[in-house]
Design a protein around this ligand. Structure first.
Ligand code: SF4
Length: 278
């Protein structure tokens, strides 16, 4: 079995902070235990505190297995089914604490979220998935569209005239090449609507660190490969995406190109290479 040397630096940040969070929760447990056993406490207080300590220790044990599961999965690049539950508990319960600990140590929130996205992507890639194109959903943020493009894609992505003025045309080419479903989301509500509509078995999501982090957690247990967008013009405005990273993520889920090409709208009034006039 092939083992990586150690967790790459960017992944270490999230896993390390997760470990510190569990340690902090462990110290809280010791504090509660000490208070519960203090002779000045009434029996009622003691029972209450011991019940709290019991719940905390349950969460801690699960989280400790979870963090072990994350590290082993990444190191051995193997999915460990038995540890799915603990990993989910560790991430969902301890993620907010990870962010608080990060703030205490003055670590940029986006850096922590990027590290989490990489850890998540490794966990997803450890699974042996071979899906049909129709089972894969590509979620695209609307801010990828050139802001002055008159062909609004939020209602229908096929309104795009594929002028090449932004990355939407290349994403449509990927959709046609692989036959996957695509949804343009203006936010979490619309993203959830696409998930309900297409019922995907896997998602490739493009978004900023904040939206990807919440989207990955909201979509659980559906595996999500996250690709962070580039924001050369600031947040949520004329953003860009590395198309080859998106294609690699699609190819992880879909092993074969679609034999059925998705229908395309005729490109009205445009010849090849001609740009939309904005
Ligand atoms: S028509 Fe051009 S600018 Fe408008 S969304 Fe499509 S590729 Fe982007």
């Amino acid at each position: 079995m092939k083992v990586k040397n150690f967790l790459p630096v960017r992944k270490r940040l999230f896993v390390g902070l997760l470990g510190v969070s569990i340690l902090a929760a462990g110290m809280l447990f010791v504090g509660i235990w000490y208070l519960a056993l203090h002779p000045s406490r009434s029996v009622f207080d003691q029972v209450l505190l011991l019940a709290l300590a019991g719940m905390l220790v349950g969460g801690l044990v699960m989280a400790a297995f979870g963090i072990g599961g994350i590290v082993l999965t990444i190191l051995y690049a193997r999915d460990i089914t038995a540890l799915h539950g603990p990993i989910r508990v560790a991430v969902s319960i301890f993620f907010p604490i990870v962010l608080v600990i990060g703030r205490i140590f003055n670590i940029d929130k986006d850096r922590i979220k990027r590290s989490f996205i990489e850890v998540n992507n490794d966990l997803v890639k450890s699974k042996a998935l071979k899906l049909r194109p129709s089972e894969v959903l590509l979620l695209v943020p609307h801010c990828l569209q050139q802001s002055d493009c008159p062909y609004k894609i939020t209602i229908n992505i096929d309104n795009c005239r594929r002028c090449g003025g932004c990355d939407v045309s290349a994403l449509l080419d990927l959709r046609d090449k692989y036959g996957i479903n695509v949804g343009v989301a203006t936010g979490g509500t619309l993203a959830r609507k696409f998930v309900q509509e297409y019922r995907p078995r896997a998602i490739v999501a493009i978004a900023c660190e904040r939206d990807l982090t919440s989207g990955i957690q909201d979509s659980s247990p559906i595996p999500v490969l996250g690709v962070t967008n580039e924001r050369p013009n600031g947040p949520c405005f004329n953003t860009r995406i590395n198309i080859s990273k998106v294609e690699k993520a699609i190819c992880f889920f879909v092993k074969e190109k679609s034999s059925v090409t998705k229908k395309r709208l005729p490109v009205m009034g445009l010849t090849a290479g001609e740009k939309v006039r904005h």
